[in-house]
Structure formats: structure tokens, C-alpha cells
Design a protein around this ligand. Structure first.
Ligand SMILES: Nc1ncnc2c1ncn2[C@@H]1O[C@H](COP(=O)(O)OP(=O)(O)OP(=O)(O)O)[C@@H](O)[C@H]1O
Length: 304
């Protein structure tokens, strides 16, 4: 049975975590969009994100070779592939850290040769990183509030005086942070220094910091790396809940194939920078090219 080679025997249904669910939250839920409705700037006809013919290389190393990708509003879209396939490069192109050698990027219908990173939040994009990128000496609450700063429009003077728009933005940042902490079950640790939390909770704080900006598109670069099975299940639950409750569109890079196939609406597979498959989890799981790509890695590792 070839699918077992992709680790599908480890595929477990993603169920809500036992202790922290939306219903158990004491927070009053925000007046959320109904599940799966399109965010304001995107319609059913306009993908939230579209990549066309993206090429990227580093010296002689090809990271991406002609990749096309589109993500519809409200989708959980995964990109998988063996080590070095180009997944992180793709996320870095979308977030503007890398300028592709060739190709175009559309975010919410706006067209870029390179995404302007400073404008990412205003374009409705937030991301988490493969390695934890929290301020470990700040409290959980302060870390989460930081995620709102990129969306602030008031000037330094307005903030210094503390009036008008600046005060509204500060109040809004606090309210939104409280709401997200309730959503993610983080209220009880809000005054703890982020660096003192267990790893799985720190990853959840990172997710909170991304969600507090109310992004239309959330880029998750290996959000479950290094997690226990229980922590992965909790994280998967929260990613799905963010989509269902806030309408957040998700681009997910993840190595755990079982989690990806259980959580995603569509999956693109990269190998050596090329897209070798794209479809529903069932289509991708049974695709011979995908099985070959993963088996090739497994065989190479066995022969070492
Ligand atoms: N900054 C860089 N400088 C040089 N080469 C790079 C750089 N970033 C990525 N690469 C190379 O580009 C290719 C794709 O790397 P990338 O990190 O995007 O793959 P990946 O699929 O995310 O891998 P992993 O699953 O191991 O994180 C690899 O050959 C990698 O060595």
C-alpha cells in the first residue's frame, strides 16, 4: 500500500484539544464572519494569493523553478515536499524577504515583482517563523500586542500625546489581544514571560501574535515542528478554528504529512523547486510522483 510510505498510517483525525476550546473560552466571541466567507478585499473570483512562474536561485542552487500557486479565500492550503524542496523559499517570496528572479505575485489582487515587506500587514498578511521568534523577556500579552503594531497608523506625536486616533488604536490593540488570548486559551499565562512557557505554548503565542493583526492571509512556516502529538493536535485545531471563526486564509508549510492531509483543503507538493503535484489531500496522497519524491528520500536515507 503505497500511501503508508507517506506516513499515512500516522494520520489521526484532528480533534479539539481537551482543555482549551472555543466554547470553553470566557471571552465573548467577536462578531465573526460566518464560516468560510471571503474577507473584504477578496471575492470568490479573486484569489487571496496567486504566484505565477516563480523562479529563485542562490548562486548555482535552484530553490524555485517556475512555481504557480493560487489560494482561494478561506482555504487552508498546504505546501509540502522533502528537505530542500523550496518550501521556506516560497514563504519568503510571499512575505517579501526574497525577490524572485522571475515571476509575479498577486496579493488580494495587487501585483508585485517583490512583495514590499514593510507593507505586509497593510496587505493583510501575517506570518510565523520556522524557529520561534518571540521576545522571550516580554510577557505573553506584550508579545501579542506587538503583532498589532505593524497595523498602527497614528504618528509618534499622536501616540506621545495619547489622544484621538492613537488612543483608539491602543484600546483596539488591547481589546483584540484579549480576544485572541481568549480564543487561544492563553489568558491564564498572559502575565508570564514568554520565554518561560513550554515550547508548545510559545508556538501558540506566536500564532496569537500573527492573528492579532486580523490577517486575511496567514503564512505558517512549520508551526508544528518539534511538537508532541498532543501539541500538534491542539495547533491543528486552532488553525482550523481561525479559518472557521475569522475567515483567515492559511498557507501552511509542514513536514508532518498526516497533519497536513487531515487539515488542508488543497496540497501542493514541491520537489527540487518544482511543483510536482497539486490537488486535494486524497489526490496528492495517491499521486505516483509524490510517492516517488518521498520514497526517493527514504531510500537515500536508508542507503547511508
Ligand atoms: N539563503 C540561502 N542561501 C543559499 N541557498 C539557499 C538559501 N535558502 C535556501 N537555499 C537553498 O535553496 C533550496 C531550497 O531551500 P528551502 O529552505 O526553501 O527548502 P525547504 O523545502 O524549506 O527545506 P526544509 O524542509 O529543509 O526547511 C535548498 O537547496 C537550500 O539549500
Amino acid at each position: 500500500m503505497p500511501s503508508a510510505s507517506l506516513g499515512l498510517d500516522r494520520l489521526a483525525p484532528v480533534s479539539p484539544p481537551p482543555t482549551t476550546t472555543l466554547r470553553q473560552s470566557t471571552e465573548r466571541p467577536r462578531p465573526a464572519r460566518p464560516a468560510h466567507t471571503a474577507p473584504a478585499a477578496a471575492t470568490a473570483a479573486t484569489p487571496v494569493l496567486r504566484l505565477k512562474d516563480i523562479h529563485l536561485s542562490f548562486g548555482g542552487v535552484t530553490a524555485l523553478a517556475g512555481v504557480d500557486l493560487s489560494i482561494a479565500a478561506g482555504e487552508i492550503r498546504a505546501v509540502i515536499g522533502p528537505n530542500g524542496a523550496g518550501k521556506s523559499s516560497l514563504v519568503n517570496v510571499v512575505s517579501g524577504l526574497y525577490r524572485p528572479d522571475q515571476g509575479r505575485i498577486w496579493i488580494g489582487g495587487k501585483d508585485f515583482a517583490q512583495v514590499p515587506t514593510p507593507q505586509l500587514a497593510r496587505l493583510g498578511v501575517a506570518r510565523t517563523f520556522q524557529n520561534l521568534a518571540l521576545f522571550k523577556g516580554l510577557t505573553v500579552r506584550d508579545n501579542i500586542v506587538m503583532g498589532r503594531i505593524a497595523t498602527v497608523r497614528s504618528t509618534f506625536i499622536e501616540q506621545w500625546i495619547g489622544l484621538g486616533r492613537a488612543r483608539r488604536e491602543r484600546d483596539d490593540a488591547r481589546a483584540r489581544s484579549d480576544e485572541i488570548m481568549g480564543f487561544l486559551g492563553l489568558h491564564s499565562v498572559r502575565e508570564r514571560l514568554a520565554g518561560t512557557l513550554p515550547y508548545g505554548l510559545q508556538k501558540r503565542v506566536e500564532l496569537a501574535r500573527a492573528l492579532v493583526a486580523h490577517p486575511q492571509l496567514l503564512l505558517l512556516d512549520e508551526p508544528m515542528a518539534g511538537m508532541t502529538v498532543t501539541e500538534k493536535s491542539e495547533m491543528a485545531h486552532f488553525v482550523r478554528a481561525a479559518r472557521d471563526q475569522f475567515g483567515t486564509t492559511v498557507l501552511l508549510i509542514e513536514h508532518d504529512i498526516g497533519v497536513v492531509l487531515a487539515l488542508s483543503d488543497r496540497v501542493a507538493v514541491l520537489d527540487y523547486g518544482r511543483k510536482i503535484a497539486d490537488g486535494t489531500p486524497a489526490q496528492v496522497r495517491d499521486d505516483p510522483a509524490v510517492i516517488d519524491a518521498y520514497l526517493g528520500v527514504a531510500h537515500a536515507e536508508e542507503s547511508l
